[in-house]
Design a protein around this ligand. Structure first.
Ligand code: GLY
Length: 590
């Protein structure tokens, strides 16, 4: 039974004043503009109650685009395992979900193998060798608007192709030519648009029109595409065919790299052929923590995702969320306060581990969680200006997540991105794929918000070869050592909130996985000092109570898109949930 909106009133205890913390250079920032693609109708209580997952006996794929899901299912049916299918979905999404799926960006893959091994592959973009900490500042030291998002200076060296191919070579069963074939076919022959696809394309038609080589693909004779029309991507199919034959070298050492570098040089960028030749991916040890007898396996730095998710989980664990219920004043208050503190730590202490030391052990220690809990006032919001990194002084929905479980119990959760919707909204020459603007995830200037509204610190400043701090959080939750829930999301810093709320919705509130991903969400990221909520998260009465405690709420049309799978521990059946916020997405299995 779901425990939603209890009518029980909170009783307020007398508070003990928390320690006051000094703010390290942060300031309030405007909320990023909501996206047109996010205009998803609010869910009613009745619709949430009735939501049910797609069920399959053996295997399941869930992604934000139905053709990509079916590419994964096709590969599973051909004898591939979850890694083969995840690579097939990754390449297919680069074709049919071009806002976010990509070969021009990067991401992370969390794997649980059926022999019990947990793995994490880091294929995040790297800064080019000519990158400098002040490359996004003007002569007066001020951030130049849009330089890190709309220009070739915003492009990091892409990691997706090497990431997918590395995972396949190590743990897949099928050859690259076979798993990339559905993507090539979708690009060459085209795919039919659903309204959900069109909504996303509509966000950027103005940008498409600015670049003739982009307009030739993503506008229909100069006009926006409508549902039912076909998008054909011959150039992308040619790039994918080169990768199918030449593997990663075709991308990093061949004509594709040359085309990207030429376009970069022609447009004021700093990418060099050597940056592509030097690019590497990295196997890392995943972040691990426990939450109510479940083991959470998630993303380590250069993602902040797993660390921040686990830090929030550790802070809230002793509170009776199950008793309080979803959307209750108490649960919202303690979740927001835990987030505020964990995000202050995130923005202060985390960066690429190849360049900076990440104090993971301290941040995830029970002593640290205890210390932070002691600063939470029972009946009052703590102003963000009173919070700073807690270890001592030192700092849109543009991504996509998918999940795969195979018949043998291998589980793969992938989140990858080109940052903004359609990245820089630019395609190099005739390569056919959008380039990322991941350099915006670095700190352009400490204390000044990036496009995601994140106020970050020096540890995440630009350096040559460094990977920008991410919030991507592909996560696998284990119960009794076996995969139980695969979760993750797009949405910049809100990714962490979305992912953890899906976990809480299942574990604490007893929701099925479809309800868990459909339920309205909330997010607090330290700065701005407000809580973002989706319609339906709070009753008017709960909202009034929380506002009286000092909370300021900002409505968000749609937060994240969790493409999740739950494996029933008793029956082993796979339950897939496509997030209602991605109507073109699909859960399918066999
Ligand atoms: N580009 C969004 C993230 O990596 O967090």
């Amino acid at each position: 039974m779901i425990r939603i909106f209890p009518t029980r009133r909170r009783h307020c205890a007398l508070l003990v004043l928390c320690a006051c913390f000094e703010l390290a250079g942060a300031k309030d920032v405007p909320l990023p503009q909501p996206l047109k693609a996010s205009h998803v109708p609010a869910i009613t209580r009745e619709a949430l109650d009735q939501a049910r997952p797609v069920v399959a006996k053996h295997a399941m794929v869930v992604s934000a685009q139905h053709y990509a899901t079916m590419a994964g299912v096709e590969i599973l049916r051909q004898g591939g395992n979850a890694i083969d299918a995840a690579v097939a979905v990754g390449y297919a999404e680069a074709v049919v979900h071009p806002c976010c799926g990509n070969i021009g960006g990067g991401g992370f893959m969390t794997i649980h193998r059926n022999d019990g091994e947990n793995l994490f592959l880091n294929f995040r973009e790297k800064a080019p060798a000519k990158a400098t900490p002040d490359m996004f500042l003007d002569a007066h030291g001020e951030v130049v608007p849009n330089r890190s998002t709309d220009s070739y200076l915003g492009v990091g060296v892409p990691g997706t192709v090497m990431g997918l191919n590395t995972a396949l070579a190590k743990y897949g069963k099928l050859p690259l030519k076979q798993v990339i074939a559905p993507a090539i076919k979708l690009a060459r022959d085209g795919y039919l648009l659903q309204q959900g696809d069109v909504n996303i394309l509509n966000d950027s038609v103005g940008d498409f029109a600015r670049h003739p080589n982009v307009a030739a693909i993503f506008l229909n004779h100069g006009k926006p595409f409508v549902a039912g029309e076909r998008v054909v991507q011959k150039n992308l199919s040619h790039s994918l065919e080169q990768i199918a034959v030449g593997g990663s070298d075709a991308f990093y050492k061949g004509a594709i790299a040359r085309a990207v570098v030429a376009a970069s040089e022609a447009n004021g960028g700093i990418l060099a052929l050597q940056d592509f030749a030097d690019y590497t991916v990295q196997w890392e040890t995943p972040i691990q923590c426990t939450y109510h007898d479940h083991t959470i396996i998630s993303a380590p730095p250069p993602s902040s995702g797993g660390t921040t998710l686990c830090e929030i989980a550790q802070i809230i664990q002793p509170y009776p969320f199950a008793e309080w219920g979803y959307g209750s004043v108490e649960a919202v208050h303690y979740f927001a306060e835990a987030e505020r503190r964990a995000f202050a730590d995130r923005n202060t202490y985390l960066g690429d581990p190849a360049f900076v030391k990440n104090p993971i052990e301290e941040l995830l220690s029970s002593a640290h969680a205890e210390k932070l809990r002691a600063t939470i006032l029972p009946d009052k919001a703590t102003p963000s200006a009173q919070i700073t990194g807690h270890l001592g002084a030192t700092e849109g929905d543009h991504t996509t997540h998918y999940s795969v479980v195979d018949k043998d119990g291998n589980a793969v959760a992938v989140t990858y991105t080109i940052n903004f919707l359609f990245g820089t909204r630019q395609i190099a020459g005739d390569t056919g794929f959008f380039l990322n603007d991941e350099m915006d995830d670095f700190t352009s200037k400490p204390g000044v918000a990036n496009a995601a509204g994140l106020v970050q610190g020096k540890v995440n400043q630009v350096e040559p070869g460094k990977r920008p701090l991410s919030s991507m959080t592909p996560t696998i939750v284990l119960r009794d050592g076996k995969p139980f829930l695969l979760t993750g999301s797009p949405g910049d810093a809100t990714i962490i909130s979305t992912t953890l709320q899906s976990i809480i919705n299942v574990i604490d509130y007893g929701m099925n996985v479809q309800q868990a991903v459909n339920a309205p969400r909330m997010h607090q990221q330290w700065y701005p000092d407000e809580v973002w909520i989706e319609d339906g998260m709070l009753t008017p009465q709960a909202r009034r109570q929380l506002e009286a405690m000092g909370y300021k709420f900002t409505m968000i049309h749609a937060m994240g898109a969790d493409e999740a799978i739950l494996i029933d521990p008793k029956t082993g059946r796979r339950e897939g949930a496509n997030d209602r916020r991605r109507p073109a997405g699909l859960a399918a299995g066999y």
